[in-house]
Design a protein around this ligand. Structure first.
Ligand code: ADP
Ligand code: MG
Length: 703
């Protein structure tokens, strides 16, 4: 990992107050206390916090920082900051640079403007924030950013980090119980590991600025398909354009400084689309880093005269952008728990973890679907490019054959691949190399991790990972309870038998969630229905899973969310859906009334004048007549559709759930109608008469 100039090692993490820096700048006892706090959650003593704060401040000031901010992730998904200056007034007009342990571990932003889903009473406008000592502070634009958890005074989580940390603890606790049963006495913590691949579009800023929809809604609300789309597989990235190459180099540099090990890539399917994949880390750091990445992507684009679009579906008919959430469990001793092992017992353990995962995804498929439910992602899921809205697991031929042989008590034949003999006679051998790839599966096993492909590109990965961790914690807890109750443990034949029995029982019960075929195939939807899998095709269908009793129990049983917190999150998603659709609808009306309709009407007038002149001369005028008629008819239809949209916008019910349904059932279809007329008009309107850049202009503009 080094860039052309070879300065990578010095650059990497240079703006992060990371472990090495702490070791260098803290006293040994202070450093030890911090390490302790990270590994088992022991609260920091104020003297330790003071020493860390002082060292952090000195380091930050040396790096040119003037301010500090508690950097946190409110429930809306974007990050929030409140900047305070280090500078404090001292006697005789002098100033001192101040930053103490108290400010480090607790800040008090005015939280009243952040959505709380009804959690915070209005009189209680303040929440409290506390440094998350498992996440490193960093410097961004002369501000020391302190990753922070954010709670209300009543202790309710108001952010996306607190429940993620809770879920990581929950899965660690239960996984360690299982490992102990298998005779592992050295692992103290199991870590949820995540690598989030990020897709995005780049557009020319000048063109972007001419499109109100891109500015207001982050996606195009109008636009006829260009003659050249992604049909051409060998699109123009064959030779990446210099401006994009410069952007990527700059982006990598900025991300490396912030400790994000990114590898930018250029070969996404759609024109103008790109991807960045970081090296995986623990789920908490991965979530922080993904938030930072999205922010830096936008900032760096600006410097290059470009705009970075993170919307799930900026262009209709062109592939949208996703965020692949690669997830696995690893021990603090460096072992990956989803990697088939080299001994029979390790393989029994691998199969038990795999079974827990399969059971979890089957039982909480609706909840996983709900974590990726946003109005933007509705344009993507099931659109022949992203996974379908049905949740299923891809295991690959080899591992599926193992699963089937366990269920059917058949002997696995070695089909020429390298297999491992598990030795425990009730279990089949496990192929070691699972390199099968299936791009259409929402949840694919890729050798030693699962790749969840449903999240949209703008989503915080916190939500999906909270559910992955918690469902896994839950299933492992049930297995550990069952095994511990028998008193059997590692090394006894009875233990092997009981483990095998659980694996067989649960794989049989949850086989239906495994699907290795083509997820884009129409027949899969019918098959999924036959299997009883849920098909929650839109956000409106999916969001109520948040408040399904079984899902609330999952969260409350493992102390991830309280019942109130679950409801608060549900409310925020519901309100966000309505707000998004309303903004899009209003933007659409604005563009119709102020840009599209005046332009096509004027153009129609020109056509009619031309027609009248030809007719007056008694000349043939078939083309002029048909063209003018088509324009006039479409203008009328568009006018009617726009009026209907305006009317429906005035009728949105006050009740949040009813409002969401109304938006989905009434407003979205009206918007689609407006768009279809406008797009048709675009195709019969002279280029220079169209009021803003077209898809062709936008998609082939990066260069
Ligand atoms: P692909 O494009 O084939 O999906 P990439 O190499 O682009 O693969 O991305 C894979 C992502 O998965 C990277 O972010 C990588 O760091 C991450 N990853 C690799 N191993 C693990 C693991 N054990 N747990 C979680 N994430 C992982
Ligand atoms: Mg991927």
């Amino acid at each position: 990992m080094m860039n052309d100039t070879g300065h990578f090692p010095a650059l990497f993490g240079s703006m992060v107050f990371n472990e090495d820096t702490m070791k260098e700048r803290l006293s040994p006892s202070c450093y030890k206390q911090w390490k302790q706090s990270v590994s088992d959650g022991t609260p920091l003593e104020i003297s330790t916090a003071n020493e860390i704060a002082e060292a952090m401040k000195q380091w930050a000031v040396e790096k040119g920082a003037t301010h500090y901010t508690h950097w946190f992730q409110p429930m809306t998904g974007v990050t929030a900051e409140k900047h305070d200056s280090f500078i404090a007034p001292a006697e005789k007009g002098k100033i001192v640079l101040e930053f103490s342990g108290k400010e480090l571990v607790r800040g008090e932003p005015d939280a009243s403007s952040f959505p709380s889903g009804g959690l915070r009473a209005t009189f209680e406008a303040r929440g409290y924030t506390a440094w998350d000592p498992t996440s490193f502070a960093f410097i961004k634009e002369k501000s020391l950013c302190i990753p922070t958890i954010f709670c209300s005074y009543s202790g309710h989580a108001l952010d996306k980090k607190t429940p993620l940390l809770r879920s990581m603890d929950a899965v660690s606790k239960q996984a360690v119980r299982i490992l102990r049963l298998f005779g592992d006495e050295t692992t103290n913590r199991v870590i949820a590991q995540v690598g989030a691949e990020q897709e995005y579009f780049l557009l020319d800023k000048k063109l972007y600025n001419q499109r109100e929809d891109l500015i207001m809604a982050g996606r195009t609300l109008f636009g006829a398909k260009p003659p050249r789309g992604q049909e051409l597989e060998d699109h123009y990235f064959g030779a990446i354009r210099p401006r994009v190459a410069a952007y990527m180099q700059d982006l990598d540099n900025e991300l490396w400084k912030l400790g994000v090990l990114s590898k930018t890539k250029h070969n996404e399917v759609a024109p103008s689309q790109h991807e960045m994949a970081p090296i995986y880390s623990d789920a908490n750091a991965a979530c922080d880093q993904n938030q930072i990445t999205m922010e830096i992507m936008k900032k760096v684009a600006d410097r290059h005269g470009l705009v970075c679009l993170l919307h799930e579906k900026p262009f209709a008919g062109v592939n949208g952008s996703g965020k692949h959430d690669n997830w696995s469990l690893g021990t603090d001793t460096g072992r990956n728990l989803f990697k088939p092992g080299s001994t029979p017992r390790q393989n029994a353990q691998f199969l038990l973890f795999l079974t827990a995962f399969i059971k979890g995804v089957d039982e909480y498929q609706d909840m996983l679907r709900a974590t990726v439910a946003t109005p933007g992602n509705d344009h993507r899921l099931g659109a022949q490019e992203a996974p379908p809205a049905v949740v299923s697991i891809f295991l690959g031929d080899d591992l599926s054959a193992v699963v089937d042989s366990i269920i059917n008590d058949t002997v696995m034949t070695n089909n020429g691949k390298r297999t491992l003999d598990i030795g425990v006679d009730v279990m089949p051998p496990i192929p070691q190399d699972n390199t099968d790839r299936n791009r259409t599966s929402p949840m694919a096993f890729t050798g030693n991790k699962f790749e969840f492909r449903m999240p949209g590109s703008s989503l915080s990965i916190s939500g999906p990972n909270i559910v992955l961790n918690t469902m896994m914690a839950h299933e492992l807890m049930l297995f550990a309870d069952e095994l511990e109750a028998t008193g059997a443990h590692n090394g006894q034949a009875d233990f092997d038998k009981r483990v095998a029995a659980i694996i067989k029982r649960e794989l049989t019960a949850h086989r239906r969630i495994i699907f290795d075929g083509n997820g884009y195939d129409e027949s899969w939807l019918a098959e999924a229905k036959r299997r009883g899998l849920s098909n929650l095709s839109t956000a409106v269908d999916a969001l109520p899973a948040y408040i399904a009793e079984k899902n609330i129990s999952l969260f409350t049983d493992h102390a991830i969310y309280t019942r109130e917190e679950v409801h608060a999150r549900y409310n925020i998603h519901v309100e966000n859906y309505t707000a998004t659709i309303e903004i899009e609808a209003r933007t659409m009306i604005d563009m119709l009334r102020k840009e599209i309709m005046p332009a096509v009407s004027a153009y129609g007038t020109t056509l009619c004048e031309g027609l009248a002149k030809r007719k007056a001369l008694g000349l043939p005028s078939k083309y002029e007549e048909e063209h003018a008629r088509a324009n006039c008819l479409l203008c009328d239809s568009l006018h009617d559709a726009c009026a209907k949209l305006e009317k429906s916008l005035r009728e949105v019910p006050a009740d949040p759930e009813k409002a969401m349904l109304f938006c989905h059932n009434v407003i979205v279809p009206h918007m689609n109608e407006c768009r279809s007329f406008a797009d048709e008009l675009e195709t019969i309107t002279e280029r220079s008469a169209w009021p803003f850049p077209t898809y062709s202009d936008l998609l082939f503009s990066e260069g």
